[in-house]
Design a protein around this ligand. Structure first.
Ligand SMILES: [Zn+2]
Ligand SMILES: [Zn+2]
Length: 139
């Protein structure tokens, strides 16, 4: 796949980012534009178009990991707020113990498979990492 990137410019969609590598100002520059709230835009320099794309992908992976770590840290608090807003009682969260079907969050429509770590003790459903919704609000 990298072998086909011989042009001076390359664009590619990658994991909630648009990656752009271009030869400009005497060097190969790369930019990654985030398509999701909470992710930072990235930019870097490489030795060629395919090199820049490769570096951008590594940087995107690190940024996506940083964001999901941050989301996970605040999840219990956000989940408590979510339940309070909807008039439910917070009973706590626990690590996901059984396999849940990969699905879209009923509340924010995010894909919620790999990002999921906690389930709501009250309803036993997974808590969305993005918006902190569980099954309590939908039933
Ligand atoms: Zn959600
Ligand atoms: Zn619940």
């Amino acid at each position: 796949m990298g072998a086909t990137m011989s042009e001076d410019r390359h664009e590619e969609d990658y994991d909630n980012y648009l990656l752009i590598a271009a030869y400009r100002g005497g060097q190969y520059q790369g930019r990654a534009w985030a398509k999701k709230k909470g992710l930072d835009n990235l930019s870097l320099i490489g030795s060629g178009v395919s090199d820049v794309i490769e570096l951008l992908k590594q940087a995107v992976q690190a940024e996506v990991r940083r964001r999901s770590d941050a989301l996970r840290e605040t999840l219990p608090q956000r989940h408590r707020d979510f339940l309070r807003r909807r008039g439910h009682i917070y009973q706590g969260v626990q690590p996901v113990r059984r396999k849940h079907r990969a699905a879209h969050c009923h509340n924010c429509k995010s894909t919620v498979d790999a990002a999921l770590d906690f389930e709501c003790i009250a309803c036993g459903q997974v808590v969305c990492n993005e918006c902190a919704a569980c099954g309590c609000g939908s039933a």
